[in-house]
Design a protein around this ligand. Sequence first.
Ligand code: HEM
Length: 266
Amino acid sequence: MAGSLVYRQTVWMRAAHWLWAVCLFFLLLSGLGIFNAHPVLYLGKESGFAYDNALLEIGARDGAEGPRGFVRILGHEADTTGWLGVSGEDVQAFPPAVTIPSYYSLATSRIVHFFFAWVLVGTLLVWLAAGLRSGHLRRDLWVTGADLRALPSDIANHARLRFRHGRRYNVLQKLAYAGVMFLALPLMIATGLTMSPGADAFAPWLLALFHGRQTARTIHFLVMLALVVFFLVHMLMILAAGPLNELRSILTGWYRVDADAEGEAE
Ligand code: HEM
């Protein structure tokens, strides 16, 4: 049964949430544009034709009826014509529909990417400061022993799409959100900085930490994939948990809890 509305997201949290959603949209699409300039990922410090250390490659080769697109991962190849490598008239790794700009321009993609990267860094710093000040990080994202004990029953409830609307996040939400904020996004920023010659000159230890620029680039790409998976699951969970209540929370701050959760501590 539905209970009362509780104030769950401060204006700082809501503003930060929408700003990073916008930033990640532009970062993803401009990042795919940058990737198209050299659509191969390597492990190790070397890159290029002379080396045999490619992890993933998206490319095109001539076929009897025109160019065919392919994706090769660790030596295993799949034909991806129509999706990756070749789509319609376009012969490029990611199709123009998912890149910014929608034509190949490394310079423009980079300008967009670096602009939103710094907006994202600023947003995260504001979120961190506001979240520490309001107690949001400690109260809502810090995973406690009691949370971990509740993990098996929380997984079982999620598997049955049975959601409890309490004042606080459940443990899977805490793990997912904390994973994004304290693991994925810092890793994204650190590997991004490692790829920048300016940052390497300032902090050469970054290159040692990530085993060179090529490995940093590969990690950057894999974290991007993880964030895309997070986003899809995030959207599915919002739909399953009741989109109107969830959206009201992240737009206005007010969230309707279940009747039996009304007595829960603030
Ligand atoms: C790239 C995009 C996104 C990322 C990385 C992301 C990440 C997050 C994170 C980390 C939180 C917890 C924030 C905190 O408690 O401080 C959150 C909450 C939430 N997000 Fe997103 N989000 C994204 C996009 C979206 C979009 C597009 C929607 C809606 C259509 C959305 C709806 C929500 C809702 C409803 C909540 C929880 C509000 C509550 O339960 O009180 N998110 N998101």
